[in-house]
Design a protein around this ligand. Sequence first.
Ligand code: HEC
Ligand code: HEC
Length: 332
Amino acid sequence: MKLIYLILLTLLISCGEDNDSDIDEVVVLNIPDYFPQYTIPDDNKFTPDRIKLGEKIFNSNLLSKNNSISCASCHLSDVAFANNLKTRAGVFDRPGTRNVPSIFNVIFQERFLREGSVPTLEQQALVPVQEHNEFDNDWETILERLNSDTEFRDLLDKSKYIFPSDNKLITEFNVYAVIRPLAAYQRTLLSVNSKYDKHIQNKINLTSSELLGEKLFKSDSLNCSKCHSGVLFSDYNFYNNGLYESYKDVGRNRFTLDPTDIGKFKVPSLRNVEITYPYMHDGSVASLEEVISHYEKGGYNHQNKSQLIKGFKLSQVEKVALIDFLKTLTEL
Ligand code: HEC
Ligand code: HEC
């Protein structure tokens, strides 16, 4: 059901041409040059008003059925836009099923959700709106609420979105004009200035323990950087890291139905990992110490477990060093 809905909306959304040709890209993101390239959709160029509108929608309770929660209730700005609960409840305290991921640096991602089923950030916003245990709302209600709010209407006018099918300026909220500002705002959520970045830029020296941790992280015996690769500490691919012998949440298999995808999840970025506990798709691992102990033992022998997860032995000093290194990825 959810997938069919998304496919229909994809068709609806992607038939437009470059409707933003009159908009100048006025917001320039401050991203160091060693980060990967990113693309901004032609029909959702950055302007300060669009970002402001997106931020206001992100923080507004009117998206949820009973006006009780917003995107920001789950993606907390002081927890790297993740959440320290194992899973965060949605409307009417309906329990969540997955741990809330950080949405810092989503600008660099091409597949969203832990099984990677959603191809654009614009479309991702459709998911929590209709999800039973998130906002459980319908668009008619949301659009009505937005359209009767003068502040939202004013920002919409300033945002100058053009609807592709009739080429007209959008003056009343529709789905198109809600999901675009939300995506524009989220693309500005960057974490590119950690202690590790200052180290790359030769502005500070890491301690000897942090340097030992970096060496271990990148070593062929631990293999961490084979999946948590590059400066984002993720290749955004899908692996089974041996968390379970039998998975309640089948991960990527939910989307592809391919049995070799059971238990595969998108590699999370490790930026800010110090503060985004608990860990893994279900928040089942409480601390970084426990994460390392999981990899040290090599996890469960699931048929789809990656060959890169094979166990290793670290001394106490080395374990501390590995964690010290991971903590350099926190943005101070
Ligand atoms: C009830 C809590 C909750 C609310 C409300 C919520 N989210 Fe999320 N969000 C989650 C969880 C849990 C996931 C992971 C879901 C999954 O993988 O299936 C997630 C995933 C995401 C992702 C994908 C991140 C990635 O790395 O793939 C983005 C982007 C996102 N949310 C943005 C939003 C926006 C925008 C809103 C508001 C329109 C919102 N969320 C509302 C809990 C929430
Ligand atoms: C085969 C690829 C692979 C290798 C090798 C690997 N990881 Fe992971 N890692 C993953 C995947 C996939 C997840 C997410 C699993 C899930 O959601 O259940 C993950 C999750 C994590 C998390 C939790 C992050 C969060 O936000 O939930 C940490 C921390 C972590 N890995 C650290 C490491 C360290 C340290 C090493 C080396 C000892 C390592 N990983 C090796 C693929 C890998």
